[in-house]
Design a protein around this ligand. Structure first.
Ligand code: NAP
Length: 246
């Protein structure tokens, strides 16, 4: 198995895309730390699924936007599983609304979780990777970082921010054997998109050239590839998983 002996931390792994990433990393042979913020029962199910695949799972609760909790959580994972070789910054939220009426707290919370969260978790994990001269960092952005989307200025800004963050970090750590890449999903069936009004879902789907939503597993396969040795010379790039949407 291509990720045999590797240890991964996936943020926001209790549901949706993060859950699929955690399970597919385990299927490829990795031990996985499953991070969540609130959905403890769902996170426990993910851990059971990983264990059923014969891999070690470790549950770790923290809000990615809380710097002290992040440091504690990352330390806990490193103690329990030995180290972190693969980091997937997947945790993300939306607080949609047109800009003219957007509340400052909706702007701040989305930027805090989606962008500052990736910064905080990466900063906590990086020293170990640098010491061992090995690491794979994969940040989950979105098609809207590239296409824009009315009602999502805060979300799109956070997801576009992740691209600049990743490109810059890739340059900082390239000589340390650490790669940093982005996966940018299109319209994927999860709780996040189930929350959209039916009309908005239909309008979005009608714009997808492949004529269907993607599955969380289809995003997870791209992440597993970037985490594997087959992607050893790929860094600072964006892999789009969107059925041709952009
Ligand atoms: P989802 O179904 O809403 O799941 C979000 C996950 O993030 C949950 O596991 C949640 O855990 C966790 N989370 C939320 N806030 C957190 C925080 N402060 N700290 C730690 N974990 C937190 O979302 P999804 O659709 O799977 O999206 C996953 C990622 O893909 C996000 O970054 C999203 O922006 C991105 N994305 C999604 C789509 C799509 O179409 N679905 C498209 C493009 C990009 P708790 O329940 O425990 O809070």
């Amino acid at each position: 198995m291509e990720l045999e002996g590797r240890v991964a931390l996936v943020t926001g792994a209790s549901r949706g895309i993060g859950r699929a990433i955690a399970v597919e990393l385990a299927r490829a042979g990795a031990e996985v730390a499953v991070n969540y913020a609130a959905s403890e029962e769902a996170a426990r199910e993910v851990a059971s699924q990983i264990e059923a695949l014969g891999q070690r799972a470790y549950l770790v609760k923290f809000d990615v936007a809380d710097s002290e909790a992040v440091l504690r959580g990352v330390r806990e994972v490193e103690e329990a599983l030995g180290r972190i070789d693969i980091l997937v910054n997947n945790a993300g939220i939306t607080r949609d609304g047109l800009l003219a009426r957007m509340k400052e707290e909706d702007w701040e919370r989305v930027l805090s979780v989606n962008l500052k969260g990736a910064f905080l978790v990466t900063r906590a994990v990086l020293p170990g990777m640098m010491k061992r001269r090995y690491g794979r960092i994969i940040n989950v952005s979105s098609v809207v970082a590239f296409s824009g989307n009315p009602g999502q200025t805060n979300y799109a800004a956070s997801k576009a921010g992740l691209v600049g963050f990743s490109r810059s970090l890739a340059l900082e750590v390239a000589r340390r054997g650490i790669t940093v890449n982005v996966v940018a999903p299109g319209f994927i069936e999860t709780d996040m998109t189930a929350a959209l009004p039916e009309k908005a879902r239909e309008a979005l789907l009608s714009r997808v050239p492949m004529g269907r939503a993607g599955t969380p597993e289809e995003v997870a396969h791209a992440v597993v590839f970037l985490a594997s040795d087959r992607a050893s010379y790929i860094t600072g790039t964006v892999l789009h998983v969107n059925g041709g949407l952009w």
